[in-house]
Design a protein around this ligand. Structure first.
Ligand code: AMP
Length: 421
């Protein structure tokens, strides 16, 4: 257990302090009990004006498991049951996909029928292929089909484009990107070639529409990916503007990890009689052991460095609250000889891409990032997520820790909680 390790290895100021209070979960939360995973628990009844008074991290940890709904849907179809074009079938096979994932199994037949769909699912469920495969098949049947895919972040848009391209090998199906932070000229040239699919972020798409490079009246299909994230990032008006300009009738594929009061009105106005599919994986927490690390603010950097020196911290994603913190940590750890990179909104797109590639290919094994830059990140073998700074809300917490423990590997999530003596 980490708990023992902290207590044994990190004496002095950063040591976990035995906590005299009972946790809200019943058990005693004292460090050194050798087994309680909710390290630290509540703050022992002390008055504390740090963020714990606003957000009790231990609540996240307690909730993280029961709130994730695991629907072990039985997969009914094989890919061959979808009657896909033989070249598409070959590409699926070459990609190594043997069976549809539950969301693919459920959603593909509806999309092929031209229905609107509401997919309640998070990343890691295979939702990119769930919408890409039937749409590519539709393009092969009807080369005039035009699809717009809206994604909250540049990285996710790029991931989607790459996945689509891996399925369109040896086909005359073209896809272009429309994302901020990258040269607009190249994108304009690509889009002027009239690709079948444009994948982009709302801001850049609107910009290209203003320049009359993108014409919304061409599209007959729109995919809204990670709508909850798009709303969090303030894209609601942009999405409404874009969708309202796509001629009706059109097919809408709407994906969100959650449905709440803010999202429901969009579902009601964008979707017509949708097929609703809810598939969530256990990725967010089932394989993730979650712990709190109590540490004084001034000791946080030292603590992080000590943790990263531990052998088992092989591939680590560290979340910092601001671009400034992220950059400072990255420079500091780099000076200590760690192989580290940083991702945040102030980085040019090519830098973000290079850093991500280096992390994926293990050229660096520590990535420091802000929430925004890490959205949708699909790196299979992250061993540890460290919340150096608190997440802002429960959704972000679950999203962050879901970056580890993927593909049935054991993952570890540590959240720094600022302690005051
Ligand atoms: P996504 O939820 O689209 O981000 O996908 C998560 C991961 O699952 C990606 O690495 C995909 O390449 C992978 N994946 C998607 N569909 C399948 C499938 N049918 N079989 C195996 N892997 C898949």
């Amino acid at each position: 257990m980490y708990q023992n390790k902290f207590t044994n290895n990190f004496g002095g100021k950063t040591q976990q302090r035995p906590n005299s209070g009972r946790t809200r979960f019943g058990g005693r939360s004292n460090a050194g009990n050798g087994g309680n995973r909710f390290v630290g628990g509540r703050n022992g009844g002390r008055k504390n004006r740090s963020f714990e008074s606003q957000i009790d991290v231990s609540m996240f940890i307690q909730k993280a498991e029961p709130m994730i709904k695991i629907e072990d849907a039985k997969v009914k179809n094989n890919f061959k049951d979808f009657d896909f074009n033989p070249i598409l079938m070959d590409n699926i096979k070459n990609k190594g996909y043997l069976k549809p994932t539950p969301i693919q199994d459920e959603i593909i037949p509806h999309i092929l029928q031209g229905r609107d769909v509401l997919g309640i699912s998070n990343t890691g469920t295979g939702k990119t292929a769930a919408f890409s495969l039937p749409l590519i098949n539709q393009i092969l049947d009807n080369p005039n089909k035009r699809i717009l895919v809206l994604s909250p972040t540049r990285e996710l848009a790029q991931q989607i484009k790459q996945e689509i391209r891996s399925f369109t090998f040896e086909m005359r199906v073209y896809v272009a990107l429309a994302i901020g932070g990258a040269y607009i000229r190249e994108q304009i040239l690509d889009i002027k070639r009239d690709p079948h699919i444009i994948v982009g972020t709302p801001g850049r798409i609107k910009d290209l529409a203003k320049r009359r490079v993108i014409r919304f009246d061409k599209f007959d299909t729109i995919v809204l990916d990670e709508v909850d994230r798009m709303l969090d990032m303030g894209f609601v008006q942009d999405i409404k503007d874009i969708v309202s300009q796509i001629p009706t009738p059109h097919q809408t594929l709407f994906f969100s990890a959650t449905v709440n009061r803010k999202i429901q009105p969009l579902i009601d106005s964008f979707l017509t009689n949708p097929a609703e599919i809810s598939v969530k994986t256990q990725e967010s927490s089932k394989n993730v052991e979650q712990n709190i690390v109590r540490v004084r603010r001034e000791d946080k950097e030292t603590m992080l460095s000590k943790l990263l020196h531990q052998e088992e911290f092989k591939k680590v994603l560290v979340f910092g609250g601001t671009k400034l913190v992220v950059e400072k940590l990255s420079v500091g750890l780099g000076q200590q000889g760690f192989k580290v990179g940083s991702l945040h909104g102030n980085k040019a797109q090519y830098q973000r891409q290079t850093t991500l590639r280096r992390f994926k290919e293990n050229e660096i094994n520590i990535l420091i990032a802000t929430d925004v830059a890490a959205r949708g990140l699909d790196v299979a073998d992250i061993t540890h997520v460290i919340n150096y700074d608190k997440p802002n809300n429960y959704e972000d917490y679950v999203h962050r820790i879901g970056r580890t423990g993927r593909a049935d590997h054991q993952g570890y999530a540590l959240t720094f909680v600022e302690d005051r003596y």
